[in-house]
Design a protein around this ligand. Structure first.
Ligand code: NAD
Length: 285
């Protein structure tokens, strides 16, 4: 159902790889709400993924770019303004990748070159995006910029590895840049902290199935899906949230405020004996 919340607005959506991607759902939803958009992803993702199908379906220009490369980002913003006929009103950063996670390096055995890549792709790219946009004056007054994050930035989650550090940095960039961009150009910058979601990036997280199930049982409203996230992004891009900035917004069915739920407790009781060694001692961790 469309409320025409984004009628006449122009946007850029980074990170739609396939129809499971959160960015894919956001792109479909913002167009449904009346926006015109461009799409961007890495040249490799454009070749290997199905982003071009989405671009055709939504009548959106697809601009290949590595979000860690400043010149590429300049091209995305310049070509988007040309294609859309003016400054953009909203931007979605839906980008994350950790080579340490991919190569199964544990957090106490990180490869530091890989850590640099994790931080560059998953966090510093957001700063680069904001800095490029501001220098080009590419975002209209009252515009809204969002990045997607995860609660492992606040609380340790088994298996999330160096992505937790990247997300902490991403959220900090939203606050630091949000101050400057808000003060000087009236542009809002926020992060949405999303439930575990079954996507290509999500499935790289060790034990995602159990994490997904645990979060589902812990959250009074259940996990938020990619489609739910798209709805939240529409609201954040709309004029209904003009005074919301520099926030990390939890979109997780209540998970972040829970300690223990009835459902999780029942599951815990069933499985408690599995966490003892041969001598019957409890294994902590
Ligand atoms: N899936 C989850 O459980 C979950 C939960 C909370 C937050 N998030 C965040 O949501 C965002 C989107 O992830 P997703 O789950 O939809 O997975 P996804 O794999 O569909 O999307 C990740 C995207 O990042 C892109 N990307 C990687 N390196 C890039 C680079 N150098 N330049 C430009 N793009 C690059 C990929 O091509 C891909 O399109 C990520 O920031 C992720 O951390 C995901």
């Amino acid at each position: 159902m469309s409320y025409n919340l984004l009628k006449g607005k122009r946007g850029i959506v980074f990170g739609a790889l396939n129809d499971m991607s959160i960015a894919w759902k956001v792109a479909e939803r913002v167009v449904e709400e009346g926006a015109v958009i461009t799409l961007s992803n890495t040249p490799l993702a454009v070749r290997m993924g199905t982003t071009d199908e989405l671009a055709k379906k939504l009548n959106a220009k697809l601009i290949p770019a590595d979000a860690t490369n400043v010149q590429d980002l300049e091209r995305v913003f310049t070509e988007s303004m040309e294609a859309l006929g003016g400054k953009v009103d909203f931007v979605l950063h839906s980008i994350g990748m950790s080579p340490n996670v991919r190569k199964k390096r544990t957090y106490d055995d990180l490869d530091y070159n890989m850590l640099n890549t994790t931080l560059d792709v998953s966090a510093i790219s957001f700063h680069k995006m904001l800095q490029v946009a501001k220098k080009l004056d590419a975002i209209a007054e009252g515009g809204s910029v969002l990045a997607l994050t995860y609660m492992a930035a606040q609380r340790t989650m088994v298996g999330y590895n160096d992505m937790a550090d990247a997300k902490a940095m991403l959220e900090s960039i939203a606050r630091s840049f949000g101050y400057i961009y808000g003060r000087e150009k009236g542009v809002r910058v926020n992060t949405i902290s999303q439930s575990p979601t079954m996507t290509t990036a999500g499935s790289g997280v060790k034990g995602i199935d159990s994490l997904f199930d645990f979060a589902e049982r812990m959250s009074p409203l259940g996990n938020a899906s990619a489609a739910d996230c798209a709805d939240y992004c529409v609201m954040m891009f709309s004029d209904l949230t003009r005074k919301v900035t520099m926030q990390n917004l939890y979109h997780d069915g209540g998970f972040s405020s829970m300690g223990m739920s009835y459902r999780a407790m029942q599951q815990y009781i069933k499985g408690i004996d599995e966490f003892r060694d041969e001598e019957g001692n409890i294994i902590y961790g």
